[in-house]
Design a protein around this ligand. Structure first.
Ligand SMILES: [Zn+2]
Length: 90
């Protein structure tokens, strides 16, 4: 029986493995910054794809998704305001 080591690694250590969503390469540590959570400081690490071209595509996808979510929230908010207006008028 052939054992796929990569599958075992992903299966047993899902928190350790962080493959790129686009190409599946193991992501590397990019930007690190320290943030505050209450009284303690927490170090955040942003992982990036080792392939800069691929990371660009991933970043673009994230930006697009963010913009989509933002516009959806805006539509929701506008619908809520319109409904409130309607209720206030009646
Ligand atoms: Zn990638």
């Amino acid at each position: 029986m052939k054992v796929d080591l990569e599958t075992i690694f992903c299966y047993t250590a899902p928190l350790m493995s962080n493959p790129c969503v686009k190409c599946g390469k193991e992501r590397i540590d990019g930007k690190t910054w320290v943030g505050k959570v209450g009284a303690s400081s927490v170090t955040y690490t942003m992982t990036i794809c080792p392939d800069p071209e691929c990371q660009k595509i991933v970043d673009k996808g994230i930006a697009e998704r963010k913009a989509k979510t933002a516009s959806l929230l805006k539509i929701k908010e506008e619908a809520k305001l319109a409904r409130e207006k309607l209720l206030a008028a009646s």
